[in-house]
Design a protein around this ligand. Structure first.
Ligand SMILES: Nc1ncnc2c1ncn2[C@@H]1O[C@H](COP(=O)(O)OP(=O)(O)OP(=O)(O)O)[C@@H](O)[C@H]1O
Ligand SMILES: [Mg+2]
Length: 231
């Protein structure tokens, strides 16, 4: 079953066309990656899904319903949670309060403060400290935990490995595979080939706002991709 589909989407900021006939699908329970260098339009794919970038032609559907019905402020309610690029931990709020923000939309499900802290025990240890006082890796766990608090059907992660040590990226890969096994679909936006390689079942490569390659993980080769991404 298709959870999210973009069909020949042209997306704009003002008069600037950033995406050109982009078609991408994520199935229920699937792990899909979008790869591409800086500035090719990866975040714009997320913004188009959230109604932040304007879709002038083509169509986006989630659970079969048209994207026009989804706006960034209703996305969580519809079942899309985003771990934004740069994590955006809210300064001045504790770890517990940052997590509570994610639960503002309560869709019901297995994720709550206790189950998120079972996944990332450091969040319980640091629950009453400011979120921004933690390390980059810990802040990434908080950003993922906050997104899970909405009990999403689809978790979109925008360059989660940015600024993380390789050992933390390895843990992140395991976590994402585990989440998908528990019925949360994953759309992973990345420039880090090894994270994509470990997580994704299928991938798309964006270049200058266009999908230039796509395939399944088995066929994904470094040689093929290195012209599009960092190693
Ligand atoms: N709000 C905006 N208004 C106008 N142009 C924008 C806006 N945001 C991004 N752009 C432009 O759109 C293009 C694609 O940007 P986007 O952020 O989608 O790239 P990206 O692939 O996510 O890059 P990165 O890997 O650096 O995050 C870039 O040329 C960028 O300058
Ligand atoms: Mg980006």
């Amino acid at each position: 079953m298709t959870l999210l589909s973009l069909n020949k989407v042209d997306a704009y900021y003002g008069e600037a066309r950033i995406l050109n006939e982009v078609s991408i699908e994520v199935g229920a329970g699937e792990r899909v990656a979008i790869l591409g260098r800086n500035g090719v339009g990866k975040t714009t794919v997320v913004n188009a899904c959230l109604g932040i970038a304007r879709v002038r032609s083509g169509a986006i559907a989630f659970h079969g319903a048209p994207q026009a019905a989804i706006r960034h402020f209703t996305a969580a309610r519809s079942g899309i949670a985003v771990v934004p690029q740069g994590r955006r931990i809210v300064p001045g709020l504790t770890v517990r309060e940052n997590l509570a923000l994610g639960a503002a939309v309560n869709r019901g499900g297995k994720w709550n403060f206790d189950s998120v802290c079972a996944l990332f025990p450091i969040l319980r240890e640091r629950a009453d400290t400011p979120g921004t006082a933690m390390s980059g890796g810990q802040q990434q766990m908080l950003a993922i935990g906050r997104a899970l608090m909405a009990n999403p059907d689809l978790l979109i992660l925008d360059e989660p490995s940015e600024g993380l040590a390789p050992v933390i990226v390895d843990e992140l890969a395991d976590t994402l595979v585990r989440l998908a096994a528990e019925k949360t679909s994953i759309l992973l936006i990345e420039q880090n080939f090894s994270l994509v390689h470990r997580v994704a079942q299928r991938y798309y490569v964006l270049s200058k706002g266009t999908v230039v390659e796509e395939g399944s993980a088995e066929g994904m080769s470094m040689d093929n991709l290195k012209k599009h991404v960092a190693v």
